[in-house]
Design a protein around this ligand. Structure first.
Ligand code: FMN
Length: 221
């Protein structure tokens, strides 16, 4: 499965089977995590076979079941966009390995979550990982013209990037982002108010890069 296909197939999954992650998949995932940490200065950590972070049965949205594996997205403060961007790189890598996921900012047991924190670092949030009981479902979202200045006749790479961005996970599916094209460059920013919008923006930018086939320089105006 390539990354474009992974974007199409990814949906949040909150209930997992008790099958442990395959060893080869764990190795591939850890390589991606190491690469992301080297590039970003984050210290994203993979926690395996640890059920406590998701044992709560809080009566809030997002009931989790059977989650024993997760990414603890940890790093220096002020790197919210990077947390989203690099976290989603790992999420999509996981999807290509047949592993489902769900970003989780609220509905987990913060006090019981593992992962080491150095001075000046914070845990931004976690991402649940595992083999889903189902592969999840699509959600209705915004249209291209709700989140961009796209017009008919614009380049195909721009439309493809936007379509991929619209398939990205965002907190409570808020999709509070906006893209604008200036010739062969693109500006992406948070649009409106909400929680975790900078993390969402990083996630969405990674999707745009994959969908458009462009590298990160597409955003350097
Ligand atoms: C930054 C962020 C925080 C999230 N926090 C939670 C959460 O605390 N609990 C939960 O069940 N889902 C959480 N989600 C998952 C979103 O609800 C989900 O991605 C969104 O509804 C879109 O659905 P999809 O991922 O299936 O496309 C979060 C997603 C993001 C990106």
């Amino acid at each position: 499965m390539d990354m474009v296909e992974a974007i199409r197939q990814r949906h949040s999954v909150r209930r997992f089977t008790d099958r442990p992650l395959d060893e080869t998949a764990v190795r591939a995932l850890q390589e991606e995590i190491d690469a992301c940490n080297r590039e970003s200065g984050l210290r994203i950590q993979l926690v395996l076979n640890e059920p406590e972070a998701f044992q709560a049965n809080k009566p809030s949205y997002g009931q989790f079941g059977g989650c024993r594996n997760y990414l603890a997205i940890i790093g220096p403060k002020g790197k919210d966009e990077e947390a989203g961007y690099y976290g989603e790189r790992i999420v999509l890598k996981a999807q290509t390995l047949g592993i489902q996921s769900c970003w989780v900012a609220l509905t987990y047991q913060k006090g019981k979550t593992q992962g080491t924190l150095n001075a000046g670092e914070k845990r931004y949030l976690v991402v649940a990982l595992g083999y889903g009981e189902t592969s999840g479902v699509s959600h209705k979202g915004k249209a291209i013209t709700d989140v961009s200045d796209y017009h008919e006749g614009d380049p195909a790479w721009y439309r493809d990037g936007l379509e991929a961005a619209l398939l990205a996970p965002t907190a409570i599916n808020q999709q509070k982002f906006r893209f604008e094209r200036k010739d062969d460059k693109v500006v992406a920013r948070v649009s409106g108010f909400g929680f975790y919008t900078k993390i969402d923006l990083g996630i969405v930018k990674w999707h745009f890069e994959i969908g458009s086939g462009k590298g990160p320089e597409i955003f350097n105006i």
